[in-house]
Design a protein around this ligand. Structure first.
Ligand code: URA
Length: 213
């Protein structure tokens, strides 16, 4: 269930399928995090990055978004390149990596089977995305990684999906916030060339230009 502060509790049972999956993994791997993965980065950041959901052996194991996930390698390297991270990313929450003016969260906080949350789970978990957005007083830009994160962010911001389509490299001004979107930096997308490091960097270059303009 939700804590009073708009964050899912460790034993959140709002999505029965995800709770069952999580409990199975708690039994199998008791040393793993196996709980809703909290956002990472300072509350007063201007940029919020929205991923899809924790990877089973990545964020679900380590407890930090994109940490231990293949996708984290490109993400954290690109964040450092554009001044949004400092330190060495070593795929571990104790690696000392610091995010600067940037925070990372997920559209769905619990690991879904096969990396695929259902539409109902995405809708249910949106209350936590809305709370995350609301608590960031200096929020200026959101980067959605992939269509699911994009659509959930659009709904969280109170806009219509039909008027705000997903496009890699696209951006929409929604009230006070500019929503940027990118293909997800997943292993599949990078291995197949759907997303190259150059394409990903261009998105961050645009965000950096926007924040400094
Ligand atoms: N790890 C996350 O935390 N989120 C993703 O979207 C992918 C991997």
């Amino acid at each position: 269930m939700a804590d009073t502060d708009g964050k899912p509790g460790r034993n959140c049972a709002l999505c029965p399928r995800l709770a069952t999956f999580r409990n199975r993994w708690r039994e199998k791997e008791p040393t793993w995090f196996n709980a809703p993965v909290p956002s990472f980065g300072p509350l007063d950041a201007r940029l919020l990055i929205v991923g899809l959901a924790p990877g089973l052996q990545g964020a679900n194991r380590t407890g930090r978004p994109f940490t231990g996930d293949y996708a984290g390698v490109l993400l954290y390297e690109t964040l450092a390149r554009y001044g949004f991270a400092r330190g060495e990313y070593a795929a571990h929450p104790d690696d000392g990596l610091k995010l600067i003016d940037c925070r990372i969260t997920n559209a769905v906080r619990c690991v879904p089977p096969e990396n695929k949350p259902t539409p109902a789970e995405i809708n249910t978990c949106r209350e936590f995305l809305i709370a995350t957005i609301a608590e960031m007083r200096k929020l200026t830009a959101i980067l959605a990684l992939g269509r699911i994160a994009h659509d959930s962010a659009v709904t969280a911001l109170g806009a219509k999906k039909s008027a705000t389509p997903f496009k890699h490299g696209g951006a929409h001004k929604l009230g006070e916030i500019k929503l940027f979107s990118s293909y997800h930096c997943s292993r599949y997308n990078t291995n197949t060339g759907v997303l190259t490091p150059e394409m990903f960097r261009k998105v961050f270059a645009n965000i950096r230009t926007y924040l400094e303009s």
